[in-house]
Write a new protein. Structure first.
Length: 218
C-alpha cells in the first residue's frame, strides 16, 4: 500500500466509531461521545455522563456525538448533551452550586460564550449567596468578559480576546473577519445561523472588550 493511501485510510478512520457497541468503563452507558480534535488530546470515547463529568473545568470543548442512525459524528456542546449541565459562577475555587437555602439563589439562564474554538450556547448560573458580587463581576472573575454590564447574556473568554489582540497586532485582522472565522469554526456550513450575541452586534462588543483588556495580557 502506498504511503498516501495509508495516510488517507488513517484520516478516514476518524469518521468511524468502532466502540459504538462497547460499554463505557463506568458500566452505565455505551461509548458514543468523544472530544473534538481541538479539545482534549487523545480523548477516549465514553458515555455522555462520563464526558460531561470529565469536562467540568473545560466547558468550552466541543463534543462529537455518534449518530447511530446516520452513522456520523455530530458536533454538540455540553449543554446539548445534558439538560443538567450549567456553569456555576461566584464559586471560582470550589465550583459548587449555591445553597438551595439561600433566598437569592439564581436559576441557570441561557448564555452565549465566544471562545477560541467557536461560539457556545450554554447555561450559566450566577451566584445568589449573601454578599454575592454583581453579575459582571462574577463573569470577569471567571475570565469571561461580558458584552454588557447590565443583565449580560453573552461574554467573551479572556483567551479569545487575547488571541484577537495578537491577530490584530500581527496580521491586522479586523473584528469582522475574526468573528466570521469563529462562526465557521462553530458551523462551516450554515455559518450565518451562528449568533454570537443576542443583538448580534458582536464586532462592537469584541472591539470594546479588546480595548478594555488588551493592556492586561501577558
Amino acid at each position: 500500500m502506498k504511503i498516501e493511501d495509508q495516510i488517507q485510510d488513517l484520516l478516514l478512520d476518524r469518521y468511524h466509531n468502532p466502540h459504538e457497541n462497547s460499554l463505557c468503563n463506568c458500566g452505565k452507558g455505551t461509548r458514543i461521545v468523544r472530544c473534538r480534535y481541538d479539545g482534549c488530546f487523545q480523548s477516549p470515547t465514553t458515555c455522555i455522563d462520563c464526558f460531561v463529568t470529565a469536562h467540568k473545568y473545560n466547558p468550552f470543548h466541543w463534543a462529537l456525538l455518534w449518530d447511530v442512525k446516520k452513522r456520523i459524528w455530530v458536533r454538540r456542546g455540553l449543554s446539548d448533551l445534558s439538560a443538567d449541565f450549567e456553569i456555576q459562577l461566584g464559586h471560582v475555587f470550589e465550583q459548587e452550586k449555591c445553597s438551595v437555602k439561600c433566598s437569592g439563589t439564581k436559576e441557570a439562564i441561557p448564555f452565549i460564550i465566544t471562545h477560541i474554538n467557536g461560539v457556545h450556547n450554554t447555561r450559566i448560573r450566577f451566584c445568589g449567596c449573601l454578599f454575592a458580587p454583581e453579575k459582571h463581576t462574577q463573569l470577569i472573575q471567571s475570565e469571561l468578559f461580558p458584552a454588557t454590564v447590565e443583565e449580560p447574556r453573552s461574554a467573551f473568554t479572556f483567551a479569545v480576546l487575547k488571541q484577537f489582540n495578537m491577530h490584530n497586532l500581527q496580521s491586522k485582522c479586523g473584528a469582522f473577519d475574526y468573528v466570521l472565522s469563529l462562526r465557521r469554526l462553530t458551523d462551516n456550513v450554515f455559518t450565518a445561523r451562528v449568533a454570537v450575541s443576542l443583538n448580534n452586534d458582536v464586532r462592537h462588543s469584541l472591539t470594546r472588550s479588546r480595548t478594555c483588556t488588551r493592556r492586561f495580557w501577558w
